[in-house]
Write a protein that binds this ligand. Structure first.
Ligand SMILES: [Zn+2]
Length: 235
């Protein structure tokens, strides 16, 4: 019998509580693990404990993939890189958020209220800022990290560099472009709603199954609530 490659399985690591709750996801591959997002700096010990429980440590963690540059997703990326010696991958569009610690850099239309409130608490301390090792873009090949058959999709919308990872089995890790805090829907904080909606229309043309959002529970893509979106017909 031909040897089969191991399926890539996704484990949700829930960090923080209530409104501060954020997900990181650990993908098991035949080469080891890929971590998608890292929570906030304050959720670091919980993340470390979750990784230990899953048997993920230095050597077996092949990549830290960041869906977007917000502080609640990149808080432990630099720490993991130094502890686990794993490279950090993200899209160039959000790289400035990681290098200067300001989640509003690169955003087109920051909401003033959100900005006023979050600027006080969300600035990434210098020790946690980083330059990504790998710049991802639409179509980047991640086979060398164990993600054969996976696709990187540049969705934007939530931020200029918001990406999603579509695994070969249809699992979609989408960061904050989609969420499921109370219901599966478009993310509630959007920099560019039109771009986000275009991203969802594009996803509808693909074989997306389970969606693993940055916030809230995983859900079936078919259950996504997007009442105003119509799929554009091809010319
Ligand atoms: Zn978030």
């Amino acid at each position: 019998m031909m040897s089969q490659t191991m399926p890539q399985t996704v484990t949700r690591l829930t960090l923080g509580r209530s409104v501060f709750s954020v997900n990181a996801y650990l993908i098991t591959t035949d080469l080891g693990f890929v971590l998608v997002d890292t929570g906030t700096r304050g959720q670091r010990s919980k993340l470390a404990e979750s990784l230990r429980t899953q048997g993920c440590g230095p050597g077996s963690l092949k990549l830290v993939l960041i869906t977007h540059g917000d502080f609640d997703h990149i808080g432990s990326a630099a720490h993991l890189r130094s502890e686990f010696r794993a490279p950090i991958a993200m899209h160039e569009g959000d790289a400035q958020m990681a290098t200067n610690g300001d989640m509003f850099s690169g955003r087109r239309r920051p909401n003033r209220l959100v900005r006023a409130v979050l600027s006080l608490v969300s600035r990434l301390p210098e020790a946690d800022r980083f330059e990504p090792d790998v710049l991802l873009d639409e179509g980047s090949d991640l086979a060398e990290y164990g993600l054969a058959g996976a696709r990187v999709l540049l969705l934007g919308g939530h931020s200029a560099g918001s990406i999603a990872l579509l695994l070969a089995d249809g699992s979609l890790l989408c960061g904050d472009v989609l969420e499921n805090r109370k219901a599966p829907k478009l993310g509630s904080i959007m920099d560019d709603v039109g771009t986000a909606e275009a991203g969802v229309r594009r996803l509808k043309t693909m074989d997306v199954g389970m969606v693993y959002p940055g916030h809230g529970k995983p859900f079936e893509f078919a259950d996504l609530l997007v009442p105003d979106l119509t799929v554009s017909t091809a010319p």
